[in-house]
Design a protein around this ligand. Sequence first.
Ligand code: PLP
Length: 433
Amino acid sequence: MLPAALLREELKLPRMAEIDLVRHFTNLSKKNFSVDSDFYPLGSCTMKYNPKVNEDVAALPGFQKIHPYQEDETVKGILELLANFEKYLCAIFGFDAFTLQPCAGAHGELTALLMMKAYHKDKSKIQNPKSKIIVPDSSHGTNPASVSMVGYETVVVKSDPHGNIDIDALQKAAGEDTAGLMITNPNTLGLFDEHILKVAEIIHKVGGLLYYDGANANANLGICRPGDLGFDLAHFNLHKTFSTPHGGGGPGSGPVGFKKKLAQFLPRVHAFHGNVGVIIKAYTYIRSLGAAGLKEVSENAVLNANYMMKWLKDHYYLKYDRTCQHEFVISGIWQKEKYGVKTLDIAKRLIDYGFHPPTIYFPLIVEEAMMIEPTETESKKTLDAFCDAMISIAKECETNPELVKNAPCNAPVKRVDETRAAREPVLKWLAGA
Ligand SMILES: Cc1ncc(COP(=O)(O)O)c(C=O)c1O
């Protein structure tokens, strides 16, 4: 309760009974969309189910009530857990060591690029001899952004007709000034780069380092390890692959794995051990599934994505028609050209059917892209219902395009001016607004 002196009448706060307030917030909370309420096929985000046991373990008093400044003697349990977690990551991904400090995927990218820069500086007699990082044109936006943050220059290399990085173009781009290459595999098209060993050879030949953006590792668990494919460093998104809540549900964690030769260049990017609560949840996930369970995760994630892709490709254009990994990219270009319905409209119409839209307009190399990632945690019934909705919308584009162009019709908020919402956000409650 606020003291009387602090109460301000001029605020004109609404006055109501407790039950009305409870109903107001309960009904508002029901308008939230989450993995716990509905299907969330947001490509590249791996919005899988977050098992509740992870939360229970992270909430144990022995973990929750400790403080980083306690004497080591009194926190042996968590130190053992962190050391074991590092060992598990090394075994799963094939690296020699990990830092658990980075608190997001992009933070991991920055950490790894700082290591690359320090490594090259140490190896060379001249200041900053290597200044360029190669990325494929399918790369995630955080990759070139992280490159700029460390003062390197990005060189973009095109993809070939099969969705792999174009080997001839890579040969031409790689040279004395190449510090390294950043690539996610499977890439953002959901396709495994078939020439990854050749890519590693080309980059290593010019003295560069190979960086693995592990945001898409949900397809690889127990199947292949980036450390064995020639990668020198990598980050992994615990909040995706290892089922910790994200996207408004919780903070992230992006540990960086590296080969021994890079250990001495490790920077300090966060206090203590990073987001320890997130690490405990990911540790619980790994322990509850075990090695065989993790492999099954990836097998089922890949199976689910291929099942949906096969079904939807008759109704939406599929630019790269080959077996996908844990996600796939279809396009709304047919609907745009024939009926004037854009991919944004299709995404909005999915809200009326009760589904979170997929990632749209990314990757940039597919026009009118829709990137769909079902994850392994969804049932066949859910996948079928989503495909039915997509097919139904494709029919609506043909028979009633205006309906799709004006969607969502049933949502509490209709079309918003997204540019204005981003540029002029209203972040506080205003009486009468
Ligand atoms: C391929 C890829 N790389 C990097 C990132 C960045 O990860 P974070 O959002 O945790 O910073 C993402 C996130 O969506 C991603 O999909």
